[in-house]
Design a protein around this ligand. Structure first.
Ligand code: 5GP
Length: 198
């Protein structure tokens, strides 16, 4: 999506350790008009899927998911990072390793908000090694619900997450895929869309 790529080029900052900082428009200050265009694009990409709910994870997925949901007219559920898991049977739980914080979280969703009737679109801000999305898929499968697809704002295509999730047969649509980035020069290279018919 050209609008997002242009914005990443303009305002994204490449940090050491394969981190792209986008906190001036995506995950600290949020550009709502950009989010709206992203939501519209997710809707277009998943138009034929019978999505009845969007699932994301706190915190930075929530803004993108909520604005996308306005285009799908469905509720958003966000998985919560829990300090301790209360094993009272009321929650689906999984563990997610955070790429940016280098620690593992217990992540929960109430059983009230995820059921076998649900057709879920997963939305998140970044796809890096795929731990966050993989954990969300785990929660959806625990509920017996259907994964209709995964919508990502920025995929770092040089990390393993994209292959990991696509190899499960799940459709992943990323609005910008970064093939390489260089903390020294600040250069960012985006994947070119596949040519029609290829
Ligand atoms: P994964 O679980 O795919 O390894 O990482 C995804 C999560 O880590 C995302 O939810 C996002 O919050 C965070 N993340 C991963 N890479 C980056 C990055 O380069 N920049 C920022 N700002 N967050 C990232």
């Amino acid at each position: 999506m050209k609008l997002l790529e242009d914005r990443i080029r303009k305002d994204g900052v490449v940090k050491e350790g394969n981190i792209l900082k986008v906190d001036s428009f995506l995950n600290h200050q949020m550009d709502v008009d950009l989010f709206n265009a992203m939501g519209e694009e997710f809707r277009r990409l998943f138009a034929e899927r019978p999505v009845n709910k969007i699932l994301t994870i706190e915190a930075s997925g929530i803004g993108i998911a909520v604005i996308a949901a306005q285009h799908f007219h469905v509720p958003v559920v966000f998985a919560k990072k829990a300090q301790s898991v209360n094993l009272d049977g009321e929650m689906y739980t999984t563990k997610i390793e955070s790429f940016t914080h280098k620690r593992t979280y217990d992540v929960i969703v109430s059983k009230k908000f995820l059921s076998s009737d649900d057709h879920i679109l997963v939305i998140d801000d970044f796809l890096a090694n795929g731990c966050a999305v993989n954990g969300l898929i785990d929660l959806i499968r625990s509920a017996g619900a259907t994964v209709e697809g995964v919508g990502i704002a920025i995929e770092k295509g040089f990390q393993t997450g994209g292959n990991l999730i696509r190899s499960k047969g799940i459709r992943v649509e990323s609005l910008a895929i970064i093939d390489s980035m260089d903390a020294k020069t600040g250069e960012i290279e985006f994947r070119k869309p596949a040519a029609a018919g290829s």
